[in-house]
Ligand binder design. Structure first.
Ligand code: 5FX
Length: 532
């Protein structure tokens, strides 16, 4: 019996990626198709079309299908042995939607193995350019949805988020209001994740709970569609969405198309696909109490939460690996670009000098606190630079090394405060998994560790969504026997311990965190504030 293999797919914004792992979780194959470079006939930029209104952003669905044809052909030409694949799963960019035209189910099911899929499916989509997560053209639909269900907080209490322009329910509402005949011609609406699963299944794949949490349509506590949200978006929507399923569900065997054309075993199982961020949580092997912090252009927090409290910021999603738990996403727009601007102004553009400034200033910065938002921040909604001394008096500037520490302490205190507002609790077992550019700077990580009073580990997340999908393919085969993902992937390489908290950090930062939260109320935008 040839050694089993598991495939993880990632249908992301700019490329399609695939990873194959063996039973010891070693990566034995990886490949990608870059949409702009490898499929130039679609003329995308960064995998997307930004429309002339500068708000509408779409991607051509047939480009995603053709990319799959192309990558499978590349794998076949490289001699990849598909017959060893026991299971596959995948991820898709969250919130994007695919509209299957009436009658397409038969075409999908009976696609000829003599043809690439994109030829068979070329007339199957009632919307040829799918709306994706970068779209922000549905403000009026968002207002209507929040009004229909009793307000933003009520919508967040039901679906885990207030209304966001990129969320799928609002995108569907826009299509229904602007092109009702297109909507009526649509027999099925998929997310990018469930669309990709459908291609492998040869049937319409269900939406999973976790990616479904990014639609403003799923009741995240009951794990079913919210009738009030569906009705507020479009008529007869539930029938077009199908029933949502747990993210670790085995959907069925791979379509015969793949056995005939590529040599997949007919026993290869398709495990439900999910969103890229939930798949990354699996790839980072987050467990209860853990936080993953991606320190990139914007800083993103992935939290594993047992008892979430939905708020008007951030997103609560059903957890992709434990359907009794939840995950939260928090995005801080002023991330590495803010750190680089302060490095340039206060450390002559040198990270070494920046780090020396952190070393030469005391933890707690003698009570000096700062809020650094060169661009409009989303968590919280605020903009500008705001400095306060130990007596909470506004000051116009700090000495350079004090400015550097105020920036870093402020960024991490904001993360802890907003994570705890969503219901996250720092526990004795809490680990912080840091990734992204700043995670290579131990002085910055030391501040992170002290503010959270938790050890910081570094991990490589370059392919976390893909790897997480391959892990989930293995997990799906045993999930029914109550085996956890953590048990399934315990052979994976461990994250590397980088720093541990300084003694006394918790006592030092507790009063500072309280002050920071109070001062934040002074700088957030409000109907009467200077942000307008
Ligand atoms: O909109 C997002 C999450 O809410 C993005 O991270 C997309 O998932 C990227 F594909």
């Amino acid at each position: 019996m040839a050694a089993p293999r598991y495939l993880g797919w990632d249908f992301s914004t700019q490329q399609l990626k695939v990873i194959a792992i063996d039973e010891q979780l070693r990566v034995i194959y990886e490949d990608n198709v870059h949409f702009d470079k490898d499929l130039p006939e679609f003329k995308t930029q960064g995998g997307v079309y930004i429309h002339s209104d500068r708000l509408t952003v779409t991607s051509p669905v047939l480009m995603w299908v053709k990319a799959l044809d192309m990558i499978l052909q590349k794998m076949k030409s490289s001699g990849f042995n598909f017959s060893q694949v026991r299971a596959l799963s995948g991820a898709g960019q969250q919130h994007g939607s695919v509209y299957w035209k009436k009658g397409s189910i038969q075409i999908l099911k009976n696609a000829s193995s003599e043809l690439p899929l994109h030829q068979s499916l070329k007339a199957c989509f009632s919307v040829s350019n799918s709306p994706i997560w970068m779209d922000s053209s549905t403000a009026s639909q968002c207002s209507a949805l929040e009004k229909a269900v009793g307000g933003a907080q009520h919508l967040a209490n039901i679906t885990g988020s207030r209304a966001y322009e990129r969320f799928t329910g609002n995108q569907i509402a826009k299509i229904y209001s602007q092109n009702p005949e297109v909507y009526l011609q649509t027999e099925r609406i998929s997310l990018v994740s469930s669309f990709a699963a459908s291609l492998f299944l040869g049937a319409y794949a269900p939406i999973d709970y976790s990616d479904g949490s990014g639609m403003n349509l799923l009741h995240i506590w009951e794990k079913s569609w919210s009738a009030s949200c569906l009705d507020a978006c479009a008529p007869g929507l539930e029938e077009k969405l199908g029933c949502p399923v747990p993210s670790y569900s085995v959907l069925g065997p791979i379509s015969p198309y793949y056995s005939q054309r590529y040599g997949f075993s007919p026993d290869c199982k398709v495990v439900a696909f999910t969103g890229d961020n939930p798949a990354s949580l699996a790839g980072m092997r987050l467990q209860e109490g853990d936080i993953a912090i991606s320190l990139g252009t914007s800083d993103t927090l992935f939290l594993w939460i047992q008892e979430p409290t939905p708020a008007l910021e951030g997103h609560i999603l059903c957890n992709p690996v434990d359907s009794q738990a939840y995950m939260a996403l928090l995005c801080f727009k002023n991330g590495s670009l803010m750190r680089e601007r302060i490095r340039d102004d206060c450390a002559s553009g040198s990270w070494d000098e920046f780090s020396k400034a952190l070393s030469s200033t005391v933890a707690g910065n003698n009570g000096n606190l700062g809020f650094y938002f060169d661009v409009m921040e989303i968590t919280p909604e605020a903009v500008g630079i705001h400095r306060f001394n130990r007596d909470n008096q506004k000051v116009s500037d700090f000495p350079k090394e004090v400015e550097i520490r105020a920036l870093i302490e402020g960024q991490f205190m904001a993360k802890r405060i907003h994570a705890e507002k969503l219901g996250y609790k720092v526990m004795p077992r809490t680990r912080i998994l840091a990734t992204g550019g700043a995670s290579h700077n131990k002085k910055i990580l030391q501040v992170l560790s002290d503010v959270f009073n938790a050890p910081v580990y570094t991990i490589d997340t370059a392919n976390s969504a893909c790897l997480g999908s391959a892990y989930r393919a293995i997990h799906g085969l045993v999930a029914e026997t109550n085996v956890s993902l953590a048990d399934v992937v315990k052979l994976a390489p461990e994250p590397r311990l980088a720093v541990t908290p300084t003694a006394g950090a918790e006592e030092l930062y507790r009063p500072l965190l309280k002050r920071y939260a109070e001062l934040e109320q002074k700088v957030v935008c409000s109907p009467t504030s200077s942000c307008l």
